[in-house]
Design a protein around this ligand. Structure first.
Ligand SMILES: C[S@@+](CC[C@H](N)C(=O)[O-])C[C@H]1O[C@@H](n2cnc3c(N)ncnc32)[C@H](O)[C@@H]1O
Length: 291
């Protein structure tokens, strides 16, 4: 496994989910199978891991890499985990893991149009069979919709300015590549500091294209439904919008005495992990147990 595929906060995931022999676990974002591989080591011959991902390529690579009859891989959105579990003849799970966002493979390997310094076509779909892509959002959404998305999903205070320059350019010709979009944004806002001025816009587009926050809310509710009493879930998120959704979900359900919050503050990766795997640096993990 190369460094890019090190599963984030794997020690903490195992501590929180406490997998046991014969248990059933849902790895709802199986990706390249890093966390699944660790779960498989803990569940004995009779345990099962249901690995879900919306990305065909991730599933194919994980199947080839792990090839284990205890790992059942299914394509789908994690909001559908309940029906995916039922199609396996199972009613409940002992643990659910959500490791949100995109994988390094999607960001770098596949030319999926996520990175602002690439000449790839604006795409950003995790599921390549989905219709809506970032190209459609950038070239076809109205000014109002774009401003809303940039403000809501990117927390971009320069949303109006950026969207005006985007509209100005797309009236001349369509904005086709990541680099074209990033340059339009740089020209509109100027470059200050270390963070690329297109960062927030790209985050907002990705969230819109993949309905990430909606999926997360539905996925958390689905996790709660499929867990047995005493079962646990844990979520690793990578930006504050996601973490906020997870925090509120756990708080509300803890108040209603449906969940027990397992940690008050989110866990974060240690310095050693960040050094070995810099892409883990923004990770935050929260977990809860079903009462
Ligand atoms: C950070 S990666 C997971 C990495 C994985 N834990 C590992 O160890 O290799 C996130 C994965 O979740 C998938 N994903 C994101 N949102 C999803 C959703 N709503 N439903 C299903 N899969 C999703 C992405 O396609 C990506 O492969």
């Amino acid at each position: 496994m190369n460094v890019d595929h090190l599963p984030v906060m794997s020690r903490e995931v195992i501590e929180v989910l406490a997998p046991f022999e014969g248990g059933t676990y849902i790895d709802a974002t199986v990706g390249l199978g890093g966390h699944s591989a660790m779960l498989l080591q803990k569940i004995g011959q009779d345990g099962k891991v249901i690995g879900i991902d919306r990305d065909d390529e991730a599933l194919a690579r994980t199947a080839a890499k792990l090839g284990d009859t205890r790992l059942i891989l299914r394509k789908g959105n994690f909001s559908d985990m309940e029906s995916i579990l039922h199609t396996q003849g199972l009613d409940e799970a002992d643990g659910v893991l959500l490791d949100l966002g995109v994988s390094m493979m999607q960001l770098k390997d596949l030319g999926r149009g996520f990175s602002f310094n690439s000449k790839e076509r604006l795409d950003m779909r995790m599921d390549s069979s989905q219709e809506l892509s970032a190209w459609d959002v950038v070239n076809e959404y109205s000014e109002r919709e774009l401003v809303r998305i940039l403000k809501e999903y990117g927390e971009e205070y320069r949303a109006v300015k950026i969207v005006r320059s985007l509209l100005h350019e797309r009236n001349k010709k369509s904005i086709d590549t990541c680099l074209e979009l990033a340059e339009i944004i740089s020209r509109s806002t100027g470059r200050h500091g270390k963070v690329h001025p297109a960062t927030k816009t790209f985050q907002a587009l990705r969230i819109e294209v993949n309905s990430e926050l909606d999926e997360l809310k539905k996925g958390l509710s689905a996790a709660l439904r499929v867990l047995r009493k005493g079962g646990r879930f844990c979520v690793i998120s990578y930006h504050s919008l996601e973490d906020r959704v997870v925090k509120h979900f756990i708080r509300e359900n803890a108040k209603a005495e449906v969940l027990k919050q397992l940690m008050k503050k989110p866990l974060i990766p240690g310095l050693e992990e960040i050094r070995a795997n810099p892409s883990s640096r923004s990770a935050k993990m929260r977990g809860a147990e079903k009462l």
